[in-house]
Design a protein around this ligand. Structure first.
Ligand code: S3P
Length: 188
């Protein structure tokens, strides 16, 4: 197994200590979040998991029974709850693919001391990755609809401070790149 650089989390500037992972469905926000959490020794939260736990329904059920608008309002409530609990920073948060494209979510995050990290990949690759996963994604139908949604959201994702291309990279490589960029302060 190749050596991955060691990371001393205390080298990451204090004001950058909530890491928000944003990006489209299938890009690996949750997997990279877990890997980064192990690397830095910081807790990890997945916003979709919190939504499901908070209302006792799966994402798929929420979409089916209550529609996307209700899901978006639950997403905002879940984020507010998470931020209210996070008093001391040092946390990694994976957002669902549509969260950062919601103006109110982006505004709340902008007001929070932390750093936003946009994980990206080719749309066809994202579509393929989603198809291989067990997670049900109500907003993934066919490739052209998936591509249109990606294109509608790209300008929101691009507001993130750090951009990482995940094409052809495994989870650990991406997590290492994120950790190195945070430590080096190479934020755009
Ligand atoms: C969504 C992405 C999903 C989940 C929900 C809606 C979206 O999360 O929040 O199905 O709007 O793109 P992932 O990005 O983890 O798939």
């Amino acid at each position: 197994m190749p050596d991955s650089p060691r990371h001393n989390a205390s080298e990451i500037p204090a004001e950058k200590q909530i890491v928000f992972l944003v990006g489209f469905m299938g890009v690996g926000k949750t997997s990279v979040g877990h890997a980064l959490s192990e690397k830095l020794g910081w807790p990890f939260d997945d916003l979709d998991d919190r939504i499901e736990a908070g209302c006792g329904r799966s994402i798929e059920q929420i979409f089916q029974e209550s529609g996307e608008a209700e899901f978006r309002s639950l997403e905002l409530i879940a984020l507010k709850g998470l931020l209210a609990e996070t008093t001391s920073g040092r946390r990694i948060v994976a957002l669902g693919g549509g969260a950062f494209a919601q103006a109110e979510v982006a505004r709340l995050i902008a007001e929070t001391p932390g750093v936003t990290v946009f994980l990206d990949a080719e749309v066809t690759e994202l579509y393929r990755r989603c198809g291989e996963q067990k997670k049900e994604r109500p907003l993934r139908r066919d490739l052209s609809q998936f591509r249109k949604l990606y294109e509608d959201r790209i300008s929101s994702y691009q507001l993130a401070q750090l951009h990482i291309d995940t094409n052809g990279k495994d989870i650990m490589t991406v997590a290492t790149e994120v950790a190195c960029s945070l430590r080096a302060g190479t934020l755009k």
